[in-house]
Design a binder for this molecule. Structure first.
Ligand code: SAM
Length: 198
């Protein structure tokens, strides 16, 4: 199923199933996103649950493929103590000129973007030289048992909802051309913060 159709379908109930994760990960996200600065592009804003973990006074553009997810994020954007605007846009074809943003942020998005390296190359293109990519993502575990389980579950999650639990996102970030890549485990080696520089 395409990400647009799937997330349009689940938008109404998304927050209900997501709030436990957000409670657990709030502190790690706040710490990681304290590095955000200047003009920010937020990829896959969804219903905007992570906006509360962003530092104040930034100029943020949140994009998503799903209009129904964006509709549900609007009130969170309004509450943000800075500038927050939304755009319906595909991460694989960003409609921004090269070297536009100081920071690009993602939360649990690059498991769903169909061509992750293409999306990450777009993130790099729109970042200014020296700009930062800050990701909070779940990835494939290197542990053989967890890794095999994630690969198996991914057969179903990919077919049913377009979510890939078996992505090597750190490698994808490298392949997209980012430098000084730093990763930190948040839960086992499955949920991670990842940072890279253009
Ligand atoms: C798992 S949700 C995460 C939403 C939010 N970041 C969160 O953590 O609660 C993934 C989001 O990425 C969006 N998405 C998937 N592929 C995309 C793409 N190619 N371009 C833009 N957004 C995309 C989906 O529409 C969805 O809102």
């Amino acid at each position: 199923m395409s990400p647009t159709k799937n997330y349009d379908r689940v938008a109404k109930t998304f927050d209900y199933f997501r709030k436990g994760d957000m409670r657990r990960w709030g502190r790690s996200q706040k710490e990681h996103f304290s590095q955000m600065h200047g003009r920010v592009l937020h990829i896959g804003v969804g219903t905007g649950m992570e906006i509360i973990n962003f530092p104040p006074d930034l100029d943020i553009t949140g994009i998503d493929l799903s209009a129904k997810m964006i509709e549900r994020a609007l009130w969170r954007g309004k509450r943000y103590p800075g500038k927050f605007r939304f755009c319906l846009m595909n991460a694989e074809f960003l409609a921004f000129p090269d070297d536009t943003f100081d920071t690009v942020v993602t939360v649990c998005v690059f498991c769903t973007v169909p061509h992750p390296v293409a999306g990450l190359k777009e993130c790099r293109r729109v970042l200014k030289p020296g700009g930062k990519l800050l990701m909070f993502e779940h990835v494939l575990s290197k542990n053989p048992i967890y890794g095999l389980s994630l690969k198996f579950m991914s057969i179903f999650t990919a077919a049913l909802e377009g979510t890939h639990l078996d992505r090597n996102t750190v490698e994808n970030v490298r392949e997209a051309g980012f430098k000084f890549i730093a990763e930190k485990n948040v839960y086992l080696d499955i949920v991670k913060t990842i940072a890279g520089t253009k």
